[in-house]
Design a binder for this molecule. Structure first.
Ligand SMILES: Cc1ncc(COP(=O)(O)O)c(C=O)c1O
Length: 390
């Protein structure tokens, strides 16, 4: 079959592949525990569901303008005010089909073939593939001194004259780390000085623990929104437990937003009006669903971390945010793909191999499932590993 060079270069999403594997095993009657997933199991905002039902009853399910309706843009302007302490306008906003589309549109709008895009490892599985889709070259690095908390020198070491943008994701998938405020300040100053774009992927922004508060990148931006090359990505998928709605966004200077909207107009037109209306309702009504989710996740995080810490030889970093724990299992195997397979085969527990995130020897274990499942999953992992020589 003749397919494009770009198509040949892509690797399938490791996490989506595991979802399929879990579904197949379950269909066969296997008691699988899926600790590989990337979505909360709580109900989405009741306001979102009600708004959606009203819209469905009205039957007015039509196209929306490219870039999103003025209502969703207004809701995101308000969100940016409330959670970033930054005043922006509707023309600084594009609503997209999940944060994923916002990231791809941003890359499509700024990258030329062979431009480089830099991001620290461990990184979200889709970054390298998104860069390749846009004809760019992904360049990642493992932070030299602390894999959970990069410092600016780690980034400086890989930036070249071909670097067009840097992607930073904090709270981080898969590591669960919240990058230090010093690093955020430094990366913003560095990108401004180098005059390169900085994409901040904030999709887990408010899912942080131990009394931490989100860091607004805008605090350190010295340029006006129209002169700035900062692109902030966010969405309702994780914080509002609305993964299936597919509604994300980007905030950036209005010229770039216009270009991104042009791409979107020809690709997908816009997010569906159903997602748009549901997200407006989630964003503009009572926010306690986010805090409820956050506090429930904190309890699950504690259960997972304390269970994993009882496994001989495993080095566990206590997640500061997200719903992932990224633990070092290299004492059992340096090959994380092999180890993840072993755990599926012997314990029927699904984890995601660290190699999918650019760091072998680690496993990503989610704490979004019920606490009973988490505890049973860790128990099974412990038993399975007790039979493995270290
Ligand atoms: C770091 C990161 N960014 C973006 C996304 C995509 O989010 P969405 O579901 O809004 O497309 C994910 C989803 O797993 C993610 O982990």
């Amino acid at each position: 079959m003749s397919i494009s060079q770009i198509a040949k270069s892509l690797t399938p999403s490791a996490t989506l592949k595991l979802n399929e594997k879990a579904a197949i095993l379950r269909q066969k009657g296997n008691p699988v525990i899926h600790l590989g997933g990337g979505e909360p199991i709580s109900q989405p905002s009741v306001f979102a569901i009600n708004a959606l039902q009203d819209l469905l009853k009205s039957g007015e399910i039509r196209y929306t303008p490219a870039g999103g309706t003025s209502q969703i843009k207004k809701a995101i302007v308000q969100y940016t005010h409330d959670y970033y302490q930054k005043e922006v306008h509707n023309n600084n906003i594009i609503a997209t089909i999940g944060a994923k589309q916002a990231l791809v549109l941003a890359l499509q709008s700024i990258i030329n073939p062979k431009d480089e895009v830099v991001f620290p490892a461990p990184y979200w599985v889709s970054y390298p593939e998104m860069v390749k889709i846009c004809g760019g070259i992904p360049k990642s690095m493992i932070p030299a001194n602390n894999v959970y908390h990069p410092v600016i020198a780690d980034i400086e070491n890989v930036v070249t004259s071909k670097t067009k943008t840097i992607i930073i994701n904090s709270p981080n998938n898969p590591s669960g780390a919240v990058y230090t405020e010093q690093f955020i300040e430094d990366i913003i100053a560095y990108c401004e000085k180098q005059d390169i774009y900085l994409i901040m992927d904030d999709i887990y922004q408010r899912l942080i623990y131990d009394g931490k508060t989100p860091i607004s990148s805008y605090k350190y931006v010295t340029k006006s929104i129209e002169d700035s090359k900062l692109i902030v990505i966010n969405g309702v998928s994780k914080q509002y437990a609305m993964t299936g709605f597919r509604l994300g966004w980007a905030v950036a200077n209005s010229k770039l937003i216009k270009v991104m909207s042009k791409f979107q107009a020809h690709q997908t037109t816009a997010p569906s009006i159903l997602s748009d209306k549901a997200a407006v309702a989630a964003l503009t009504n009572d926010q306690s669903c986010v805090e409820n989710l956050r506090s429930a996740l904190e309890i699950k995080r504690d259960a997972l971390v304390s269970g994993l810490r009882k496994i001989n030889g495993v080095k566990v970093f206590k997640s500061e945010g997200t719903f992932y724990c990224f633990a070092d299992f290299s004492v059992y195997s340096k090959n994380s793909a092999e180890l993840a397979e072993y755990l599926i085969d012997t314990a029927q527990v699904i984890t995601v191999p660290g190699i999918a995130f650019g760091l072998d020897g680690f496993l990503r274990i989610s704490f979004c499932r019920d606490i009973d499942e988490i505890e049973e999953g860790v128990h099974r992992i412990k038993n399975a590993l007790s039979n493995k020589n270290i």
